[in-house]
Write a protein that binds this ligand. Structure first.
Ligand code: NAG
Length: 292
């Protein structure tokens, strides 16, 4: 009898974990004066941008490691000059940050997916990609896996970048500053599209980007400052209660050989900028991690 109850509970928890977290529970729209909206019972969030303002939101929780998935549908049509930033960041002058940024383009020309990693306030680790689909037609999943050994960027589960923990070689790795998840839609036409040559066409405003299916398997930092780990934080499943041991597979995950090959395939076919191979950067001395 008791055993049956336990398995029923397990099934309930498993099915709850599949439901996406509600945006009302997990996020605050922090700026944009009504241009950011939570809709459909908390299942959809939209950000807006017009000539007066963009908009943005941030997570209520702070995370210290996690596998964070979100589906985004980007500004369609003539999105030149607009930037949709989607990133994890801690606070302060020596902050850590893990960035996805989507740079819009004129109709028919491709978006640029920009990625970067900041450790201890030090960034300049840009890698940029083309996407193998039109990110404005439909929702696609963008994921950040951040664990003690890796920061892996994924697009529809395809790894595109793996920033490894090389602390042993003297390179800082984000590991003790909790980060919040942020996103914003804003005007960056001074630099974003074709180097700032193409300006935002306000006759197409308001611009809009949409978010759904947020899922975080993460360690959440509690008020007491201790991370509380568990699968599917933010879903209706029971919150994680344990330390790192309770975190789940993502905590120790790395790319197996097949996934490393996939990543290399993406990088050789879709990478359009890599700070490690930028002649200007090389002239200044290649960052240490580039030669490892
Ligand atoms: C926009 O399209 C042009 C032409 O295809 C391309 O060179 C550029 O990288 C694209 N993206 C941005 C953000 O400018």
């Amino acid at each position: 009898m008791a055993r049956m109850a336990v398995s029923v509970l397990a099934i309930l928890l498993a099915s709850c974990a599949l439901a996406a977290a509600s945006f009302d529970k997990e996020f605050d729209v922090t700026w944009g004066d009504g241009r950011g909206k939570i809709l459909n019972n908390g299942q959809l969030l939209t950000l807006g941008l017009d000539k007066i303002s963009g908009s943005g939101f941030q997570s209520k929780h702070e995370y210290l490691y996690g596998k964070i998935d979100m589906q985004l549908k980007l500004v369609s049509g003539n999105s030149a000059g607009t930037v949709t930033a989607y990133y994890l960041s801690s606070q302060g002058p020596t902050h850590d940050e893990i960035d996805f940024e989507f740079l819009g383009n004129v109709t028919g020309e491709p978006y640029t997916l920009h990625t970067n990693v900041f450790t201890q306030g030090q960034g300049q680790r840009e890698q940029q990609f083309r996407l193998w689909f039109d990110p404005t037609n439909d929702f696609h999943t963008y994921s950040i896996l951040w664990n003690p050994k890796h920061i892996i960027f994924m697009v529809d589960d395809m790894p595109i970048r793996d920033f490894k923990n090389l602390e042993g070689k003297g390179i800082a790795f984000p590991k003790n500053q909790p980060m919040r998840l942020y996103s914003s839609l804003w005007n960056a036409d001074d630099w974003a599209t074709q180097g700032g040559r193409v300006k935002t066409d306000w006759s197409h405003a308001p611009f809009s980007a949409s978010y759904r299916s947020f899922k975080a398997d993460a360690c959440v930092v509690t008020a007491a400052g201790r991370p509380r780990c568990g699968a599917s934080i933010g879903t209706d499943a029971a919150p994680g209660t344990g330390g790192a041991a309770a975190a789940g597979d993502w905590y120790n995950q790395e790319l197996d050989l097949t996934r490393q090959q996939r990543m290399r395939w993406v990088q050789s076919n879709y990478m359009i900028y890599n700070y490690c191979t930028d002649p200007k950067r090389i002239a200044m001395g290649v960052p240490a991690e580039c030669s490892m």
